[in-house]
Design a protein. Structure first.
Lengths: 69, 400
């Protein structure tokens, strides 16, 4: 089980995964907008267990985004 | 009926000095070009569309004030006596903006307040040594251009003003050139903003040229948690503002604006934060672009020194970019190759653009590498070091 955290403070612009979805390491899981710049969040391959943020949420650095199993 | 008196914009072209008349036509063409490049996104549209429009309109709309005097209804930047100013305020529609916000640097300070609201000094406090070292290296252009400019025949004040272009900080250049080279502040500031737009296109090439691909993708591991509290950040703002203002009173308005903006954000005053970011900052950016365009009237901007300034401005930004990357390499070597030297470019303080360029170039090689927090730290430090150097120039040069 791996906790996926945000590497930067910003606003969640897109959530491209659903709970239960199988992901690979190349999937673009989240897009976080920081300083008017879109940053893609990638994760380790696995199954999405839980998602903690939704579009429009403000996140801080190290905030938990999702748990990947 | 004399047609050149009816259509005076054209009529004045034949009356004026041929040099000025040709410059007017060229500046109209440049204005149109800037609007087009702004629309295409090649240059920053927020500045370039108002600036291009101002430039073309002010050079087209020249009329006869009397049989021997031509002028415009936009602004008179050269007016110095009170009576003349009262006249200009009633005739020129942009004179109030110029007199009340430009000639006293208020507009530069408002932009600075906006930058303060956008900045997160937490990254500076987390990596103070790295950020400061990179920012100091990235001042290479602001320092090294000064003696070069002086050797080319510019006065001390003019040399310092054009060297500040290397800080890649528009409002700083405006502030410095108004204090140090008031007679050349229009061309210097216009050149600064033009080049700043071009650095978005140019710096990525500099990064790719100076940093091999395999190093550019380096992931920077950090053990430090993001645990700087807002109270600590405000304490930093207060202390830095007090000390820097004590040391460099001439640049105190800049320090005050930047740190106040930052403290307002960290104090969580949402209404003020929104007001400064959404209203003040955009208002100031709009009028900055517009005024710079309008000030590019042929008869005021024509100066033989403009050509030298064009070259020196470019040199200053190039040297700062190289300096920043050298700084990045220094940290890379100190940290046993576990640092990404691309972050160095962010030390050139065009906040947050250069930090974004750094992240963008790193992502292009390694999409999982996130270096934005280091880059922002270096960028904010760059703003502070640039303000310090401006403070030194403005205090020392009148003593020379």
């Amino acid at each position: 089980m791996a906790e996926l955290t945000s590497e930067m403070a910003g606003k969640v612009q897109a959530v491209n995964i659903k709970v239960g979805q199988m992901i690979t390491e190349d999937d673009e899981l989240f897009i976080i907008e920081a300083m008017k710049m879109e940053n893609v969040v990638y994760g380790d391959p696995g199954v999405v267990k839980e998602i903690f943020v939704k579009v429009g949420d403000k996140v801080e650095e190290d905030d938990l985004l999702a748990i990947i199993e | 009926m004399n047609l050149s008196n009816v259509f005076q914009g054209v009529g004045t072209l034949f009356y004026q000095d041929p040099q000025i008349a040709i410059a007017r036509v060229v500046l109209i063409a440049i204005g149109i070009l800037l609007v087009w490049l702004g629309k295409r996104g090649t240059l920053e549209p927020l500045i370039m569309i108002p600036m291009g429009f101002g430039m073309l309109a002010v050079n087209a709309g020249v009329l006869f004030f009397s049989a021997t005097k031509t002028g415009t209804l936009f602004v008179d930047p050269l007016v110095s006596d009170t009576d003349g100013l009262m006249n200009a305020l009633q005739i020129d529609f942009l004179q109030p903006i110029y007199t009340l916000t430009f000639s006293n640097s208020l507009i530069a300070c408002i932009v600075f307040m906006g930058i303060g609201v956008l900045a997160d000094v937490g990254n500076v406090l987390r990596y103070p040594f790295t950020s400061m070292l990179i920012a100091l290296f990235a001042e290479l252009g602001t320092i090294a251009t000064f003696p070069i400019a002086h050797a080319l025949g510019l006065s001390y004040g003019e040399s310092a003003a054009i060297a500040i272009v290397g800080s890649a900080d528009g409002p700083m250049v405006l502030f410095a050139s108004l204090m140090l080279a008031p007679e050349l502040f229009v061309p210097i500031t216009v050149i600064a903003y033009l080049y700043l737009s071009l650095t978005y296109g140019g710096y990525p090439f500099l990064v790719r040229l100076l940093i091999p691909k395999e190093i550019r993708g380096t992931v920077v591991k950090t053990s430090k948690k993001n645990d700087v509290t807002s109270g600590e950040k405000i304490a930093f703002d207060v202390i830095a503002c007090t000390i820097l203002s004590l040391l460099f009173p001439v640049a105190a308005p800049l320090f005050f604006s930047f740190f106040l903006g930052n403290a307002i954000k960290e104090a969580g005053i949402v209404k003020y934060t929104q007001m400064i970011e959404d209203v003040f900052l955009y208002w100031a950016t709009f009028f900055l672009g517009l005024m710079l365009g309008v000030l590019c009237e042929a008869s005021t901007i024509m100066n033989p020194k403009v050509l030298i300034l064009l070259i020196l401005g470019m040199l200053a930004l190039l040297l700062s970019g190289i300096g920043g990357i050298i700084g990045g390499y220094v940290v890379y070597l100190i940290n046993g190759k576990k640092f990404n030297p691309t972050i160095g470019i962010a030390g050139v303080s065009c906040m947050p653009s250069t930090a974004k360029i750094a992240q963008h170039e790193v992502t292009a090689v390694n999409k999982r590498a996130v270096i934005l927090q280091f880059a922002m730290g270096a960028s904010i430090c760059g703003v502070i070091t640039s303000a310090i150097i401006t403070g030194i120039y403005v205090s020392v040069i009148p003593q020379l």
